[in-house]
Design a protein around this ligand. Sequence first.
Ligand code: COI
Length: 356
Amino acid sequence: MSTKVLDIDIKKTTNSNLSSFDPDNIIFGSTFTDHMFIADYINDEWQDIRIVPTGKLQVHPANSMWHYGQSIFEGMKAYKNENGEAFLFRPEMNAHRLNRSAIRMCMPELPVEIFLEGLHALMSLDKEWIPDRKGSSLYIRPFMMAWDNFLGVRASKSYRFMIICSPAGMYYAEPVKVKIEQKYTRAANGGTGMAKAAGNYGGSLYPAKLAAKEGYHQLIWTDAQEHRYVEEAGTMNLMFKIEGKLVTSPLSDTILAGVTRNSVLEIGRSWGLETDERKISVDELIRGLQDGTVEEAFGVGTAATVAQIKSIGLDGVDYDLPPISEDSFQVKINTYLEDLRKGHIEDPFNWRIPIT
Ligand code: COI
């Protein structure tokens, strides 16, 4: 990220909103930083690369993004410590995942250097917006959308890539109650589940609303064919500690390859913990909750960070997880990740990228 090859046109705001931002009262996704990054794909080329003051877009009502859903996004964060040092965390993983989503959604790939240099330039401008409170960060939302004004069903020819940023605190304010979903489906084999495609999230809202009426914060999605195996939770990947092992569902075309998922597995292994990426059946999970072999359950994601699961519901029965303590893996990994991302400890993995 240090070699600058891009020519980014920068128009700075003359009307910063920073003074109205209260880092002690953050509502996720509701406040936006002063600047946004834009690159347009026209005539088979990424061009007009720029940073401008954050503001509204003019979009034609026939824009095919509205109608046919060619829209993908990423979620990542920037962190700041008490000394004012700011960092990104494994940003290249997001750049590559964006491109895997783009391929699946028949959209053009974005050169990784546009993603990374654009991000770095934007962060340099809006660094003051990164909150340094415990558990806080700047949520970064890169996204790409179709940009043709055309109602025929075909892949758009033009696209827009953007990055906007929003200060973030905790996504889940309390340990979550999740319900195993056995009617609705998030992703089917051969579908778009592995992509961070907007429609995956839109399709999850109605089942999530039904579960919320029953008092659940989130769903545990199961496989589309038999509703027999646990997949992911939509806003996060799922992890379990079963008989001392860290167990999570294997990546497939129905599961998003989470950056936090990958980081937790790598750190766990470096601590000598046995990890198992394998199918977990609903039967095994419920049996393990009953006989105590499922010791911990938690979600991992960029927005969610490490989210404690307090109970898992199936067919109207809630199965409680044991209480957690300072010795629980999820507590240790959460602290370690926060310290690693914020530069409080050495980074043996070389995952932290300073924002200069
Ligand atoms: C993320 O963790 O970045 C996500 O995309 C989850 C959610 C906020 C959509």
